[in-house]
Design a protein. Structure first.
Length: 279
């Protein structure tokens, strides 16, 4: 009796199983980094702050967490590359590449606001195939792998079913570096305040995306982001049944520094509002 799978579909299934295994094996590594961050939250000092830019803070906690992740994820996939926020010297042109934000929400961490996360994605030949976001203080681990669904602490999660934008909760972030866009950004927010149920700003793009994936938020948009801010969370949204795109609809949300997402019922009307201000 012949197999119901073609050789190509069998290969794809095997690859997806590989992505699942890597994702699940990476979770303890990411939680270990999260534990380090949680422990250091009561030990670090204000003198440990470094300023990369006017509103861009880094601490030894970011750097040490990142090095822990790089060291341990290198053992999981020995011949891998890395794209990281606090850059390390590792080959980025590899079949497998980890995309890491060791502490998403550093400003929250510094000011004692207990909402920040470790965000790690895995790309295979340039395509994101696994994503893990560990919200440290709530001990919530969101994760997904390609074609495998999205999960929170082992339980499946799905996007919201909100059908009317007037019933939607929207999340966003406020630009902290590219102030040339501030007028259109706040004009857009003014419009959205009037047509949605409310707007939230948490201070962690990775957590915002995971809250969309789990149905806590309905919509999200932001500008001025980098691949390590969104790679993991975007896959988690997609695998939970959501839509993720750039403002222009071309799909370059990883490197285009702009992203919006939501459920399929709201996404098109939401994007039309965003496009009025960002073209």
């Amino acid at each position: 009796m012949s197999s119901i799978y073609s050789s190509s579909s069998t290969a794809a299934l095997q690859k997806n199983n590989e992505f699942q295994k890597i994702c699940l094996d990476a979770i303890p590594i990411i939680k270990e980094a999260g534990k380090f961050i949680r422990d250091e939250s009561t030990r670090w000092s204000i003198k440990d702050i470094e300023m990369k830019g006017r509103n861009d803070i880094v601490t030894y906690v970011d750097k040490t967490s990142q090095q822990m992740l790089v060291d341990n994820l290198s053992k999981l996939i020995p011949d891998c590359g890395f794209i990281t926020e606090e850059d390390v010297t590792k080959d980025k042109e590899k079949e497998y590449t980890w995309i890491i934000d060791p502490l998403d929400g550093t400003t929250n961490f510094v000011y004692g606001i207990p909402l920040y996360a470790v965000s790690v994605a895995l790309a295979h030949k340039g395509k994101t195939v696994a994503g893990i976001v560990y919200e440290i203080n709530n001990d919530e681990c969101f994760y997904a792998w390609l074609n495998g669904g999205s999960y929170l602490n082992g339980k499946p999660i799905l996007i919201s079913q909100t059908a009317e934008i007037g019933d939607a909760i929207l999340a966003t972030g406020i630009p902290t570096s590219n102030f040339s866009m501030k007028r259109q950004y706040f004009d857009c927010l003014t419009d959205l305040v009037e047509v949605t149920r409310g707007i939230r700003r948490l201070g962690s793009a990775a957590v915002d995306l995971c809250y969309v994936a789990s149905g806590r938020f309905d919509l999200y948009f932001e500008v001025g982001l980098s691949p390590w801010d969104v790679a993991a969370g975007a896959l988690i949204v997609e695998e939970a049944g959501g839509v993720v795109n750039s403002f222009d609809g071309e799909g370059n949300f990883l490197n285009g520094r702009e992203i919006l997402c939501g459920n399929r019922m709201l996404f098109d009307s939401f994007r039309e509002i965003i496009k009025r201000y960002f073209e």
